[in-house]
Design a protein around this ligand. Structure first.
Ligand code: NDP
Ligand code: 2IT
Length: 460
């Protein structure tokens, strides 16, 4: 899939192409596209020191990449080998920070684009965190708890020497949730002979923060509410399409229901459910048990709620039918490139006026162009899903103090951070001549914070 195969290895050629900047390199489709808009001439022209200091060349090259073998034994005694990675992208404003993804599609290109996005996202949070991303092509689906534990232990046996509470602090992402973080932490603690806040997303009894599981989804909805507020609207009564059914999707739905919106879809990689009645707390509790405890498929939703309709995923279609229902708002919360140009047309045609990205880079460049063209309230993931890593930053702060804040306090801080990100996006967009454009605003605001720190700190 050309869209997914983002390869920053070619980045050095790109950055030196002068005025066209990061465009023109086939492999960098997504990163190039968003960055081309970020660095659209005026940011660089207004700040000649960025070119003089080789900022672009330095930004696109990871500071360090670790790749390693992860051998493990399944329950039948058979040996498997997966590949593990950690991309340590940029540490100018704090320790590397970002999730670990376990999914068969994981490769270095995907992790580089995720790490690149993470640098700017983390800068937007107002907290002191650099950017990184890691993971493995291991597929946790269908594996027993013991198999997952052995894999996590083997993964940490190598990763532990590259991370540390002031060096690099990983967390979860696709395929890495509370169970995996527990096994990873246990192995780290044993190897390092230290109990430190080396990972975030820990369980509450041993250093986790309240609201961290909820944070990405809640934050995404807070951001959407802020955007609607600029048009004197609220989420009350809005019909919402949500994709995915994992961590981000579940808590996006939870907050949407709480704010009076009507959520009509959820999905996994096998297909999606459409529930015209809308979801409520009971239905969501069923989905959480299904996904987090029984680890079943979303299809089972219609066994329990027979008025809902299940549609199997069909890769021969040019569009995803999930995005083709009458609705007011869309919250992609599964994975990258899940809304293409055709999907965007369908969304607009069906009445959607707000798209808030819970997943990382779900909208393709064609989709984004259409949203901007149609004046849709469009929030790029690096702004709207930053609540997760923001509360990870708060978990680190609590670990350092050896204290834990109550739920209300963390939630209040999350709200303040999402409001502040919203304002930073709008301020930067206005300052650089594209008022109301959250994508450009997020890119510029994150970029400026990181590159100014790099210049202050010299060529290192
Ligand atoms: P989970 O593993 O909890 O859930 C992922 C969901 O997306 C599952 O429903 C999964 O279905 C579906 N999915 C994953 N890959 C694909 C695919 N290739 N095609 C179709 N469906 C897919 O992950 P999260 O909820 O944590 O992450 C979802 C998105 O949010 C990712 O883009 C992640 O990077 C982003 N994100 C996560 C944050 C966090 O704090 N967890 C923070 C910020 C962003 P199935 O089970 O069938 O694979
Ligand atoms: O994409 C992301 O921001 C995450 N997966 C969360 C990272 C983190 O360190 O909490």
């Amino acid at each position: 899939d050309a869209q997914i195969n983002i390869d920053l290895r070619h980045a050095r050629d790109v950055a030196i192409t002068g005025n066209t900047l990061w465009s023109g390199v086939q492999h960098d489709i997504r990163v190039v596209d968003s960055s081309h808009i970020v660095l659209g001439a005026n940011v660089l022209d207004r700040n000649p020191q960025y070119r003089e200091n080789g900022i672009l060349e330095r930004l696109v090259e990871p500071e360090r990449v670790v790749m390693f073998q992860v051998p493990w034994v399944d329950d039948e005694g058979q040996v498997h080998v997966n590949r593990g990675y950690r991309v340590q992208m940029n540490s100018a404003i704090g320790p590397y920070k970002g999730g670990l993804r376990f999914h068969p599609s994981v490769n270095l290109s995907i992790l580089k684009f995720l790490a690149f996005e993470q640098v700017f996202k983390n800068a937007l949070t107002t907290l002191a965190m650099g950017g990184g991303k890691g993971g493995s092509d291991f597929d946790p689906k269908g594996k027993s708890d013991n198999e997952v534990m052995r894999f996590c232990q083997s993964f940490m046996m190598e990763l532990f020497r590259h991370i540390g509470p002031n060096t690099d602090v990983p967390a979860g992402d696709i395929g890495v949730g509370a169970r995996e973080i527990g096994y990873l932490f246990g192995m780290y603690r044993k190897l390092a002979n230290e109990f430190t806040g080396i990972l975030t997303g820990k369980s509450l009894g041993w250093g986790g923060s309240l609201i961290r599981p909820e944070a990405t989804g809640y934050g995404c909805v807070y951001f959407a509410a802020e955007m609607l507020n600029t048009r004197n609207q609220t989420l009350q009564g809005k019909v919402c399409l949500v994709s995915g059914s994992g961590n981000v999707a579940q808590f996006t739905v939870e907050k949407l229901i709480e704010l009076g919106a009507k959520v009509v879809t959820l999905s996994d990689s096998s297909g999606y459910v459409y529930d015209e009645e809308g979801m409520n707390e009971d239905k969501l509790a069923f989905v959480k048990r299904l996904k987090n405890i029984r680890r079943g498929r979303i299809k089972e939703y219609v066994d329990k709620y027979s008025q809902a309709v299940y549609t199997e995923a069909d890769s021969s279609l040019e569009y995803n039918p999930l995005w083709n229902h009458k609705a007011n708002a869309a919250f992609p919360c599964a994975t990258q490139n899940e809304i293409n140009g055709k999907d965007a047309q369908n969304l607009v045609k069906n009445g959607v006026t707000l798209v808030a990205e819970g997943s990382n880079m779900p909208s393709t460049p064609e989709a984004i162009h259409l949203f901007l063209d149609k004046k849709i309230l469009y929030a790029p993931g690096k702004a709207s899903n930053a609540g997760g890593v923001a509360v990870s930053g708060l978990e680190m702060a609590q670990n350092s103090m050896r204290l834990s804040w109550p739920r209300e306090e963390v939630d209040a801080r999350l709200k303040i951070i999402m409001k502040s990100i919203h304002k930073s996006c709008l301020d930067a967009a206005a300052e650089y001549g594209v008022p109301g454009n959250y994508m450009v605003g997020a890119n510029i605001a994150g970029f400026l914070k990181v590159v100014n720190a790099m210049i202050d700190q010299g060529l290192v």
